[in-house]
Design a protein around this ligand. Structure first.
Ligand code: AKG
Ligand code: FE2
Length: 234
């Protein structure tokens, strides 16, 4: 497999934007892969699923625990949904906006995420949460770690649709310099293992509209948020 690890715990400064489109698989780390265009063939089904979920549990811009309004709009499907508010970041079985469970995650989406995780070396992934992030021009996501899940032994599977984003990919420490890589419609990033707690984010969305989605980017992240059998046994 070709491709150079980017950024990384050592604080490299690789700008991967230039490598965009050249590699079917780009290593972003020892256990982090960009699977270029891997979800493009599922775009129609993914968009139908997003419309269905948003019809039940509307996308909304949440407040950070610090009281700032996020520029990204979110919703979820699956047994657990990600929420944010004065009480902090957490996963919960009930959508607080409606007082109802989150819409179910379609079986095919669960299985597709498991397939993508397996292709990146994480067999047996069984997501219980799918977070939907909608970005309009100017929306961004600051550098952060995904650490609200119970078991960091489980990977993150992230699918990009619509406008091209600049994905910021840092190291294990906040101060590690972040590289950048373009994420196009249909791209998938999977990270776990040694790379599970890498800092990452999205630069303010800019650029031409997408033929299918217009001035919008939608990201889906599939996660195992609740306990796994292994974690529960501890
Ligand atoms: O939009 C993206 O590609 C990243 C989303 C993300 O990092 C998150 O939801 O935690
Ligand atoms: Fe994240």
């Amino acid at each position: 497999m070709s491709g150079q690890p980017a950024g990384g715990g050592g604080g490299g400064d690789g700008d991967l934007f230039a490598a965009a489109g050249l590699e079917p698989r780009l290593a972003l780390g020892r256990q982090a892969w960009l699977l270029r265009g891997r979800a493009a063939g599922r775009a129609d089904a993914l968009l139908a699923c997003i419309a269905e979920v948003a019809g039940q549990a509307p996308l909304r811009s949440l407040l950070t625990p610090g009281g700032r309004r996020m520029s990204v709009e979110t919703s979820s499907c699956g047994a657990l949904g990600w929420t944010s508010g004065p009480g902090g970041y957490r996963y919960q079985p009930i959508d607080p906006a409606r007082g109802l469970p989150w819409p179910a995650m379609p079986g095919w989406l669960h299985d597709f995420a498991a397939e993508l995780a397996a292709e990146a070396g994480f067999a047996g992934f069984s997501p219980d949460s799918c977070l939907i992030n909608r970005y309009r021009p100017g929306a961004r996501m600051a550098l952060h770690q995904d650490r609200d899940e119970r078991d960091f032994g489980q990977p993150i599977v992230s699918i990009s649709l619509g406008m091209t984003a600049r994905f910021l990919w840092g190291g294990l420490r906040r101060q590690d310099k972040a590289g950048q890589v373009a994420l196009f419609h249909g791209d998938v990033v999977v990270w776990g293992g040694a790379d599970r707690l890498r800092f990452h984010g999205i630069a303010p969305l800019a650029g031409p509209p997408h033929p299918l989605l217009g001035s919008e980017r939608i990201n889906l992240t599939l996660r195992r948020a609740g306990p796994t059998a292994r974690a529960a046994a501890r």
